[in-house]
Design a protein around this ligand. Structure first.
Ligand code: PRP
Length: 178
């Protein structure tokens, strides 16, 4: 699998350090609160697992799945719910946990969805952001890293369901998906 990547952008050490900084900010901002962390499947499962283990405040965890990409490297722009929330977010402080923001359409949709369900506050925590690809104004409260327009895999991120288990974030070689 490692032969399919052209460069490692963020190795395990860099990711761990950044997550510990993000966790410290979240703990400070949500001191004496119990936010609901909503992990957007599947890409954010590793990020969520590492992030919540760095938190020293109590949290609840839930999962949401939306579809927008399929097996393509380009967002279709159409977002729909594939797995709904189990927790009632009415009156709760919610932190949406995403692996990557590309067009931003998924995060925008999910933020609105959670607000519509009566959350007291909605924050966003994103590992990777591609600002050049945004198609709207996107609010990211806790951001790991900004990246360019490369197609990245690993640390939860896939191409056609592969590479999620790589322990680092890497650029996928173009010949794999072109
Ligand atoms: C990816 C990623 C985000 C979304 C970002 O999910 O996890 O949810 O795309 O793209 P956007 O900013 O253009 O909306 P994907 O649909 O690939 O599913 P996955 O998490 O199961 O891999």
């Amino acid at each position: 699998m490692t032969y399919d990547v052209s460069a490692i952008l963020f190795d395990e050490e860099k990711i761990e350090k950044r997550i510990s900084d993000l966790a410290a900010c979240i703990c400070k901002d949500f001191e004496s609160k119990t936010p609901v962390m909503i992990s957007v499947l599947k890409g954010s499962f590793i990020f969520l697992a590492d992030l919540v283990r760095s938190l020293t405040i109590p949290v609840e965890i839930d999962f949401l799945a939306v579809s927008s990409y399929g097996n393509s490297t380009v967002s279709s722009g159409v977002v729909s719910i594939k797995k709904d929330l189990d927790v009632d977010v009415t009156g709760r402080d919610v932190i949406i946990v995403e692996d990557i923001v590309d067009s931003g359409l998924s995060l925008k949709y999910i933020t609105e969805y959670v607000k519509k369900h009566g959350a007291a506050s909605v924050s966003t925590c994103v590992l990777l952001d591609k600002p050049e690809a945004h198609k709207d104004n996107i609010k990211i409260d806790y951001l790991g890293f900004e990246i360019g327009n490369d197609f990245v895999v690993g640390y939860g991120l896939d191409y056609a369901e592969k590479y999620r288990n790589l322990p680092y974030v890497a650029v996928l070689k173009e010949e794999i998906y072109k």
